[in-house]
Design a protein around this ligand. Structure first.
Ligand code: NAP
Length: 298
């Protein structure tokens, strides 16, 4: 239980509601900032404005998936008020307090570094990334189905990258009956892809393997789907790029060549905000419990 642990939530979207729900169930003391337009009010939580003194007794500050922008703005879909988180706010935190977010921009990293406050970036964690790959892949399949006139079953599909998202995607495509080739750069990944019954290739050979591709999925956050690669693809093929912005595809050339290429960021929050929120909630509460649980909060 999170009894006597004080958690302050600053901003967020539908995903954060799942986190708040779980923390309430676990008996944390909760302050909400930037949730004034919330339709279903939570019982027993305190709604406050963003003032420095709020942070005086807080153990854990919970920020949205994208913590702040480079000016300190925190997004909240539940408030019209501007939320700007500054060093002055966070300087009021007790020494052992922690800040949890999905990912942090340099602005937030610098403040935490200057104040010597630990910052936990949840999306960096393998467990979160692997759980997140489930809604990501479901969203990817949805996009593939919506943008083609053929089945995934029987298609020639290529997955680029054999990391936390690429592995899940390749496995699910194979389970659906696609002919799956996977591009990686490490020999041990090539061996594992072969062991899994798929066709491995080195990403450097991509240009040579795309001649019959129907669906090309990229998870590599570097420009690997170059103009040369796109020039070698059939006209009917579809590119779905999952890598973080700006993706790994030469979108300009794809458009010029008439090949549909879609950048698909943030799929978990779009196709399954409840599940995406529960993933964060489960990992976050475990981390907070590990950190503060034995100390009875303060
Ligand atoms: P990951 O586990 O780090 O996997 C990335 C893969 O790319 C690794 O296998 C890595 O190979 C490979 N790679 C990187 N640079 C390469 C290069 N130059 N040549 C060949 N391979 C290269 O990351 P992830 O968690 O799967 O996420 C992948 C991307 O998807 C990230 O950009 C992430 O932000 C994004 N993402 C998007 C969504 C969405 O909704 N669209 C959801 C989740 C994640 P090594 O293993 O050899 O390093």
């Amino acid at each position: 239980m999170l009894t006597e642990i004080h958690m302050a939530f600053v901003g967020g979207d539908a995903r954060q509601l799942e986190v708040i729900k779980k923390c309430i169930e676990m008996d944390a003391t909760i302050t909400l900032i930037g949730f004034d337009n919330l339709e279903s009010k939570f019982v027993g939580v305190h709604q406050k404005d963003l003032e420095p003194d709020i942070f005086l007794n807080v153990d854990a500050v919970i920020l949205p998936i994208v913590g702040t922008d480079e000016e300190g703005n925190v997004e909240s879909i539940f408030s019209q008020k501007k939320l700007v988180l500054t060093e002055e706010h966070l300087s009021k935190l007790p020494k052992k307090a922690k800040i949890y977010t999905g990912m942090a921009k340099p602005y937030l990293k610098k403040i935490c570094n200057d104040l010597q406050i630990e910052l936990v970036e949840l999306l960096d964690r393998d467990d979160v990334a692997i759980y997140n790959s489930i809604p990501t892949v479901e969203g990817t399949l949805m996009m593939a189905i919506q943008n083609t006139d053929f089945t995934i079953h029987g298609s020639n599909s290529i997955v680029l990258g054999f990391g936390r998202t690429g592995i899940t995607l390749a496995r699910i495509l194979q389970a659906l009956g696609a002919h799956v080739k996977v591009g990686a750069r490490r020999p041990e990944h090539i061996a594992r892809i072969y062991e899994m019954g798929m066709v491995p290739f080195y990403v450097s050979q991509l240009e040579q393997v795309v001649y019959d591709v129907d669906l090309l999925f990229n998870t590599i956050p570097e420009t690997v789907v170059t103009a040369k690669v796109i020039a070698a693809m059939p006209h009917h093929s579809l590119i779905i790029d999952l890598a973080s912005k700006p993706g790994g595809t030469d979108f300009r050339y794809a458009e010029k060549r008439g090949i549909k290429a879609l950048l698909a960021p943030g799929l978990p929050g779009i196709v399954a905000p409840k599940t995406a929120g529960q993933i964060i909630a489960n990992v976050l509460t475990r981390l907070v419990l590990e950190q503060f649980g034995n100390q009875g909060g303060k």
